[in-house]
Design a protein around this ligand. Structure first.
Ligand SMILES: C[S@@+](CC[C@H](N)C(=O)[O-])C[C@H]1O[C@@H](n2cnc3c(N)ncnc32)[C@H](O)[C@@H]1O
Length: 275
């Protein structure tokens, strides 16, 4: 027998309270009513200054969606869990032409791997003072052109001086904004970003703009200091891992077409437009 432990629904007698219990409840009722009146007439408390607004938890029929916490947006200055690096100032432009760059970055090997062809349009995004612009301009030759884009007018001025000093006439400097590198729509056979992508303040918009700027069969090449390698003496937010680059580009309409691991400190990752 389990009568004492049985649930109320199977104990029909429990639904009819004994007479003594009914009398006890009747005696308590006026006290409860007085209590309710006292609460209703009381001054509003500091916790509920307007008195009339009950806390949300006392509304048992509010739909769950009303109390759901919306997902928090990504913290400002981050993208796909990565901290976006600050822009390298034009005041440090000399660092871009330091002689050690030849051994640390091997630009000849990089350009051999990129293999631009005469007549092509190469777009150098974040061109700085033109270190790679000049090499690209020689590669595409007088029938081709280089669109050299940068955020900082001072960098573009240094770039113009350099291009003029080299006697090159196939370079078009353009002013970029955070989300728009200013490239010709469908016009770039190659978009090159050397040590730039991790600095883009609005990567989502910039990636969409660069994708729209690729010519048929065009490529976008990212050169980034290797984030996986603690021996590369560069600040962490100025380095990237292959996994992180793929995490950011592949969901946005790009697929990895070529990976070159022959540079001393950097990755060269070449993407195409995904179908
Ligand atoms: C570290 S420098 C690299 C310059 C050049 N690519 C080189 O390797 O010598 C980074 C450059 O990217 C530029 N930059 C940063 N964000 C940019 C953006 N959203 N659009 C265009 N240029 C940008 C900066 O102004 C700076 O000149």
């Amino acid at each position: 027998m389990h009568t004492l432990d049985a649930p109320t629904a199977v104990r029909p007698w429990a639904a009819v309270p004994p007479l003594a219990a009914v009398l006890r409840r009747a005696a308590v009722l006026p006290l409860v009513a007085l209590g309710v009146l006292a609460v209703a007439c009381a001054e509003p408390s500091a916790a509920t200054p307007h008195g009339a607004e009950p806390p949300p938890s006392v509304d048992p029929i509010a739909p769950a969606a009303d109390t759901a916490v919306p997902p928090s947006p990504a913290p400002e200055g981050t993208f796909e869990g990565r901290t976006i690096a600050p822009t390298m100032s034009h005041l440090g432009a000399d660092w871009l032409t330091r002689p050690e760059r030849i051994t640390e970055e091997d630009p000849d090997a990089l350009h051999a791997a990129l293999a631009v062809r005469p007549g092509q349009t190469a777009c150098d995004v974040g061109a700085g003072n033109g270190y790679h612009t000049v090499r690209l301009a020689r590669g595409v030759g007088p029938r081709g052109r280089v669109v050299a884009s940068d955020l900082q007018p001072e960098m573009l001025e240094l770039l113009r001086e350099r291009v003029a000093a080299e006697g090159l006439t196939n370079v078009v400097p353009v002013a970029a904004t955070d989300g728009d590198p200013g490239l010709p729509a469908g016009g770039c056979d190659l978009i090159l970003l050397v040590d730039v992508y991790h600095e883009l303040a609005a990567p989502e918009a910039a990636l969409a703009a660069m994708r729209a700027a690729l010519a048929r069969g065009g490529r976008i090449a990212l050169v980034e200091f290797r984030g996986e390698d603690p021996a590369v003496p560069i600040k962490p937010e100025h380095k990237m891992t292959v996994a992180q680059v793929r995490r950011e580009l592949e969901p946005r309409g790009f697929r990895l077409a070529q990976r070159f691991d022959g540079l001393p400190w950097q990755h060269l990752l070449v993407f195409e437009r995904a179908p």
